[in-house]
Design a protein around this ligand. Sequence first.
Ligand code: SF4
Ligand code: SF4
Length: 282
Amino acid sequence: MIMGIASGKGGTGKTTVAVSLAAAMGEKVNLLDCDVEEPNAHLFLKTQHKESKIVKVMIPKVDEELCNGCGECSSFCQYNAIITPGPKPVVFAELCHGCGGCALVCPKKAISETQKRIGTIEISEGDDITLIQGKLDIGVAMAPPLIRSVKAHLNSHDVSIIDSPPGTSCPVITAIRGCDFVLLVTEPTPFGLNDLKLAVDMVRNLGVNFGVIVNRHGIGDNRIHDFCKANGISILLEIPDDREIAEAYSRGESVVEALPHYRRAFEGLASSIRGMLLNRGE
Ligand code: SF4
Ligand code: SF4
């Protein structure tokens, strides 16, 4: 079972939910921190470092002796990562997605590939939780290939929880594609509703089962509930706006660890998701 935790914007408590759910599963869990620009699940876990890996992607390298300047490579590249402003193409490695297409279309076989480091994967282990954390190098804007490298550690034996990046763009889609279930974490405010609507469109377009968690319940209004009711969306958990949760967060403690009375709520969440997937035959 692969569960994704997502939110239309940052700061809604996505990681709090991911870590607490992992701790409440009651079995072996792989927690994949795919929020690779700012991974922070490790702050709330007592895991021991096991392994580090450097992640590289292939980027094109042009042999100017072979190149005839035809520009086919530039026409092919959707990301403007290789352009031909003069007689020979220029590669912008930071824009390249490493698809290898430019090399395939080059009629002169003038493009080979070279490796570029984009970030790291850190693997650490606790009692029941294995944390696989991706971290982009500073100044690198290539989250999707790093997220794919983190997701390559998914295995079919254990429950996996993916803490996705915030938003609704490419990195999030890369993170949650293939999940059995996605939890959309939001706050009961007008901004929260706006971002939730975008996130709902995203998961519906991907065809992924999903439910909503309302964090800091009590701070705003009922718009999230009204929207969910009108659109047949299940609210699976409401986490109150509790000062004790904020204090636990600031101490780097997961909610279920610091405040055991919340454990039951997260255990209930885990069994609700299992039940929903079972009913759908997944
Ligand atoms: S490898 Fe793909 S993304 Fe990179 S320059 Fe070539 S076509 Fe563009
Ligand atoms: S497609 Fe090949 S030959 Fe044409 S400009 Fe690009 S590298 Fe040069």
